[in-house]
Design a binder for this molecule. Sequence first.
Ligand code: 1HN
Length: 317
Amino acid sequence: MTVAPQKDSLDQLFEEAVVEHAEPLWPLLSAVSPPFPVAKAAPYVWDYEKLRPFCERAARLVGTDLAERRVFMLINPKLKAPYTTDTLYAGLQTILPGETARAHRHSPFALRFIIEGERGFTAVEGEKVMMQRGDMVLTPSWEWHDHGNEGDRPMIWLDGLDLPLWQVLPSNFTEHYANARYPSELLNTASNRRYPWAEMQAKLDAAPGAVAEERYRMRANGGEISATIGASAFRFDKGAKSAPLRETASAVMHVYEGSGQTRVGDTVLTWKQGDTFALPAWQKIVHENTGAGRAYLFRFDDRPLMSALAALRTDAG
Ligand code: 1HN
């Protein structure tokens, strides 16, 4: 029989409890349940002039036979792969003329925003859609997809996925197709999975004001492009500055054209064409076009996910 200790203490209690895999909540309560959201991700810009040569070198060093997706992940400096923000993943994918990124399907939703190249394609669930600079192409959850390049220059695009979410939801499946290509036919009419830049820019240019934001809407039903990830494009006229906004959604932005800076809390991100930057949740964000002409930016974010969880809050103050 053991003798009960003469004097008990919290330290002693914690020590004994942890052995039984029980830990006290009260010292951690404000960390697990903070008064306001604290994103783990930092604001950060990936410089395309520095990263583009890496894409070229990777394309010389490894083929799509060995690299099923030849991608440089854009990893947030405060996090590790596959986190670009707390909830979003972004990467730069390269595919050379004649190459195939073989067919597979998976639980995560993916979008592509084309940075350079033409006559690339993505075949999604049998529908082959062509891709050129500025186009956004969707690869919905669990749809077969492969990519190719029928042009004569490399294609480089930004991938956007809800991959971080699938690190916590234990329901992430991937299946490989038996052949490199899933049978597909070229679609020449408007697709629910392809959103050409020309169409988006026309909308932005027709919108009033020095700053315009247009949400990408599913052609089929006018809704967000997925249950988790949504996307917008922006026009900022020369010298224009956006109204401050703080929201619980995080975002990845990509510069289609122009240059400027984005203030994220106390951090200033400076950007130009081709650059991609991470905007963590719940920090005051102000964009400014400091360049010589108009600026156009693409953005994807987790607003649909946050809305679905009744967790989307915005603060324009
Ligand atoms: C994926 O399937 C693609 O299909 C790109 O191009 C990036 C990152 C993680 C998991 C799957 C693609 C990906 C990916």
